[in-house]
Write a protein that binds this ligand. Sequence first.
Ligand code: UDP
Ligand code: MG
Length: 321
Amino acid sequence: MTRERLTVVVAAFNEADALPALHPRIAAVLDALVAEGVDGHVLYVDDGSRDRTWAVLDDLAAADPRVSLLRLSRNFGKEAALTAGLDRVEAGAALILDADGQDPPELIPAFVAKWRQGYDDVHGTRTARDGEGWFKRATAHAFYRVMQRLSKTPIPTDTGDFRLLSPRALAALRQLRERHRFMKGLFGWVGFEQVAIPYHREARLAGRSKFNAWRLWNFALEGVTSFSTAPLRVATYLGVMTALLAFVYALWIVVKALFWGDPVAGWPTMMTVILLLGGVQLMALGMIGEYLGRLYEESKQRPLYLVDRWRPAAGVSLADL
Ligand code: UDP
Ligand code: MG
């Protein structure tokens, strides 16, 4: 049997409490996969944690020759951390997993089985979410549906970053170097054969979610502006609609003045129209600004992340080099 290489990529930001519980689970799964000819590795990316995460990871790496570590120079955000991790996967397939245990590692064999059947992008789709309030669930639900409407790129609903990428899907993803990285959309853009594995999203092992309501709102904005130009068109349609209404209203004013005279009046209408138009114009400007800002960031051509430390697996064999 040919041995296939699989690297589990885990982005971790302040996950010192969750990692010691998570790693044995991953290790057990990788041990079991050896019999199936899978050469498993783990790559932890410390996204500039401010707690003991790096020390915890260092211990894990010292005890397990399959573990490589990468530390970014500061907190760059999950999307950049994942990009950094995927960039360091030397060969074979990559599987992305959350550090908090919300994506159960025990499902990895199911992902590998689908990969072996020839799928390039195997992603977990949540059937249930534990430990998340109704507000997060409702907004997440709405977000995925709105995104699907707005974007031309197919983005599977209720799908996070828990997924396996075949070597060619991984290579394709690595070519996308945009600064505003809405990963769900990037995966969809890559295409190839995709398949969903339904799973039950568990509650966090420890700690709290790093995504509060404000961060999620910004994340949603990121998704919409990175994968759709529909908001820019909203301004056009609003403009056309307002102009049409204004035209009808103007006709009505002329007719009214001709037939019934024109006693001076109209302060309320005037105020209403001025405020409404002012509001609509500012909104349209804001939308243009969102895109312009992204264009500006893109034009600076900064690297997506900076590496502080790189600790390759102790067990790197000569054949791997
Ligand atoms: N994460 C990260 N950098 C960040 C925020 C989060 O690497 O700036 C990691 C975090 O450690 C976890 C994953 O991204 O492994 C998902 O984060 P979290 O559990 O807070 O998000 P949620 O599951 O609530 O969407
Ligand atoms: Mg989580």
